[in-house]
Design a protein around this ligand. Structure first.
Ligand code: ADP
Length: 241
């Protein structure tokens, strides 16, 4: 994959239900454009593991498949976006997830648009990954990841070479605590009720691009050459390239 690490990319927002492949696409964009993936799910899980105040507040909420409060998540995101590696842009994976978070992000970007000291002054490119319900279930229940390197596999579609073992590190793969069947339904409900309106909002403002995802973590559909204005992120054969 060719790299484009000198261009200004600005914010990229990936929306989609649990299991749609946001993490996979975020990693592709990150590698191609040299901008960080900002996954609110990963950041929250790191806080849970470290036992921080935020982690303690989020742990039970996440285990139930509900959303962590907007205030806590927005503070965490602001801190992450202030890091120097996000100057040329960043991929938001799992944020914004509520109308309030989308409003908060717009206010932040609005402020940046008038702040000449911040180089990433641009409205986000918003990509929504749409996947059939049955595919989502297979993708969530089959998902495994490496606890060391974070590489994501799927036992149905992208299995490791050796059953349940990471190809890169040789570590035993793990299943996320909230990928259990009983937690999947509340997560899908949270998406329908709280995150769909976010996509509608971006659609109304003309910033939404929808991509049909497949079983393999790819997106079908038209052969996008350019996404959004100024060719900042490209898709080919349905994948972010
Ligand atoms: P998925 O998209 O597969 O549900 P994530 O890793 O993005 O997984 O999120 C896991 C959990 O972390 C969510 O179910 C929710 O509890 C919490 N979470 C992640 N991002 C947010 C957010 N932007 N706002 C509130 N809660 C969040």
């Amino acid at each position: 994959m060719a790299q484009e690490t000198s261009c200004e990319v600005g914010p990229v927002v990936l929306l989609g239900p649990p299991g749609a492949g946001k993490g996979t696409q975020a990693k592709r964009i990150m590698e191609r454009y040299g901008i960080p993936q900002v996954s609110t799910g990963d950041l929250l899980r790191q806080n849970v593991v470290r036992g921080t105040e935020l982690g303690l507040a989020a742990k039970a909420v996440m285990a139930r498949g509900e959303l962590v409060s907007d205030d806590l998540v927005c503070v965490m995101v602001r801190e992450r976006l202030m890091q120097p590696d996000s100057k040329r842009g960043y991929v938001l994976d799992g944020f914004p997830r509520t109308a309030a978070q989308a409003g908060w992000l717009d206010a932040l970007l609005d402020h940046e648009l008038f702040d000449n000291s911040r180089p990433t002054r641009a409205w986000p490119i918003v990509i929504r990954l749409d996947v059939d319900y049955n595919q989502l279930l297979l993708r969530i229940t089959g998902r495994r990841s490496c606890p060391s390197c974070g590489r994501i596999y799927n036992v149905h579609f992208q299995p490791p070479r050796v059953d349940e073992i990471c190809d890169e590190t040789g570590e035993k793969l793990v299943t996320r605590n909230d990928d259990r069947l009983e937690v999947i339904q509340p997560r899908l409900t949270a998406y329908q009720e709280q995150t769909r309106p976010v996509a509608d909002y971006y659609q109304r403002t003309g910033r939404l691009i929808s991509q049909r995802g497949s079983a393999h973590g790819r997106c079908h559909g038209s052969d996008f050459q350019d996404i959004g204005r100024s060719s900042r992120v490209r898709m080919k054969n349905g994948d972010c390239v």
